[in-house]
Design a protein around this ligand. Structure first.
Ligand code: SF4
Ligand code: SF4
Length: 191
């Protein structure tokens, strides 16, 4: 998720080995991800019988991640709700040098249906987002550290692909990784 790293590097086919044109426009990505819905279902079915080289998705994700500037995006901090564990709320309080009850009151809300704590949203974005930068970057909760889950070694390809297809519409890293993955495996494209 969004952070302090800034990358101004243009998309370079020769260096990255990526042939799918990199897209970062969120409106375009949302529309294309919706248009590719049926194709992605067929792709997942295809992968259940044709096994890709191990680590290919991981490697493409790492390549794409290096080329995307999260501080120009921050869409995950607007479109997703982040679960936070009680010990992470304590970390946030200590990072902000605030009292735990104050942090709970100002920044955290209950999700009674799921028995979880969530980071509060205000004006359509995470309460800790400040002009595309995370105000608690060093103390951000685990889901923020791990999003978009492409380079986690402990996840199987099946579970990673399920979250990849679910998040393609909202995250340029995920969208471009998925498109490049299909491209490198020679999967026939609808458009
Ligand atoms: S949505 Fe994806 S590209 Fe955008 S800030 Fe989050 S992780 Fe980075
Ligand atoms: S804490 Fe909020 S602003 Fe920071 S990375 Fe997580 S969702 Fe984004």
């Amino acid at each position: 998720m969004t952070g302090k790293r800034r990358s101004k590097k243009p998309w370079r086919k020769a260096d990255s080995g990526v042939f799918w044109g990199l897209l970062t426009d969120l409106v375009q990505i949302r529309a294309l991800a919706a248009a590719h819905d049926a194709e992605n279902v067929a792709f997942r079915r295809h992968l259940s019988v044709h096994h890709p080289p191990p680590h290919l998705l991981h490697d493409i994700g790492a390549r794409v991640q290096r080329e995307i500037n999260c501080t120009a995006c921050a869409n995950c901090c607007r479109q997703t709700r982040v679960e936070v564990r009680p010990e992470e709320v304590e970390d946030i309080a200590s990072h902000l040098q605030s009292r735990l009850p104050d942090v709970l009151h100002e920044y955290i809300e209950d999700d009674p249906a799921e028995h979880k704590l969530l980071l509060r949203h205000a004006a359509g974005e995470c309460v800790f987002l400040d002009e595309n930068l995370c105000m608690i970057y060093e103390a951000r909760p685990r889901p923020c550290r791990e999003f978009p889950h492409l380079t986690l070694d402990h996840e199987s390809l099946g579970s990673r692909l399920s979250s990849v297809c679910r998040n393609a519409w909202l995250c340029p890293i995920v969208f471009n990784t998925l498109e490049q993955f299909k491209h490198e495996l020679g999967f026939p494209r609808s458009h």
